[in-house]
Ligand binder design. Structure first.
Ligand code: COA
Length: 260
């Protein structure tokens, strides 16, 4: 596949996905969402990729939202399809990725841009980042999972304040309320994301996938997260990586996980 709206680079097991529509502040149009779906799902079958970092091109924006020009004349059915397709093909796929995904937020993360970051497993923001869900100022509400994922992360009170006021918050404030894991100087954004992901990639990839599934289970309607944890925990005992982890511990050496 040739990408028009994304830049992809694989380095040391990490797939860097850069959303590359700088002149539109990397707004997510249909084509970009399609490419994101393809890039992420393709990486699931690519053994050279163990984790993903998503960022935006340029210094101004991570992603300034869904592309407003594409839905300005939509009716209710089209609106429903837009939200449903985006959620199932991109945002849920990222959340459920068994390969860890980190958002490196370099500037505006608004609307669908913040929702993209929320779907990732971990968020790191540059100190110039501005984060918000401004949809109500357009007569809309967040439609790519923002009402749910923001609430899960920061609690109902803060989430409702952000959603109802449509205000942007600073990187520092986002860190303070637990919306991002780290707030770092711009120059340290990608190095920090890479360092954190490389640390995760030293752990058992099968256990990483199991942990993500167990955490996500607790957020899924009708699924008992505790039961899922028991199932995932027990499955780990059947892996060679578990045997290697225990052996390495006993032999006081670093484990050599093979994802088996
Ligand atoms: N959809 C489509 N185009 C967008 C966009 C979006 N979500 N966000 C920015 N752009 C475009 C602008 O239309 C402009 O294009 P143009 O040069 O062809 O006119 C370009 O990106 C640059 O944006 P501009 O508004 O000129 O930059 P700014 O520095 O003055 O303002 C923002 C930056 C982020 C405050 C402003 O662009 C904005 O409010 N964007 C919309 C955010 C939003 O509501 N997102 C949620 C959508 S549901």
């Amino acid at each position: 596949m040739t990408y028009q709206n994304l830049l992809l680079k694989i380095k040391d097991g990490i797939l860097f996905i850069t959303i590359n529509r700088e002149s539109k502040l990397n707004a997510l149009n249909k084509a970009t969402l399609g490419e994101l779906h393809f890039a992420v799902t393709d990486s699931f079958h690519d053994d050279s990729v163990a984790g993903i970092i998503i960022t935006g091109a340029g210094e101004k924006a991570f992603v300034a939202g869904a592309d407003i020009s594409e839905f300005s004349d939509f009716n209710e059915d089209e609106g429903r399809n837009l939200a449903r397709e985006g959620q199932t093909k991109v945002f849920d796929v990222i959340q459920n990725s068994e390969k860890p995904v980190i958002a490196a937020i370099n500037g505006f993360a608004l609307g669908g841009g913040l929702e993209l970051a929320l779907a990732c497993h971990i968020r790191i923001a540059a100190d110039n980042a501005k984060l918000g869900l401004p949809e109500v100022s357009l007569g809309l509400i967040p439609g790519y999972g923002g009402t749910q994922r923001l609430t899960q992360l920061v609690g109902r009170g803060k989430a409702l304040e952000m959603i109802l006021t449509a205000d942007m918050i600073s990187s520092e404030e986002a860190y303070r309320i637990g919306l991002v894991n780290y707030s770092v100087p711009v120059a340290e954004l990608l190095p920090k994301a890479e360092e954190l992901l490389q640390k995760i990639l030293k752990r058992s990839p099968l256990a990483i996938g199991a942990a993500i599934r167990a955490v996500n289970a607790g957020l899924t309607d009708g699924v008992n997260g505790f039961d899922q944890e028991i199932q995932e925990f027990s499955s780990c005992f059947g892996t060679l990586d578990y045997q290697e982890g225990i052996l390495a511990f006993k032999e006081k050496r670093k484990p050599d996980f093979r994802k088996k």
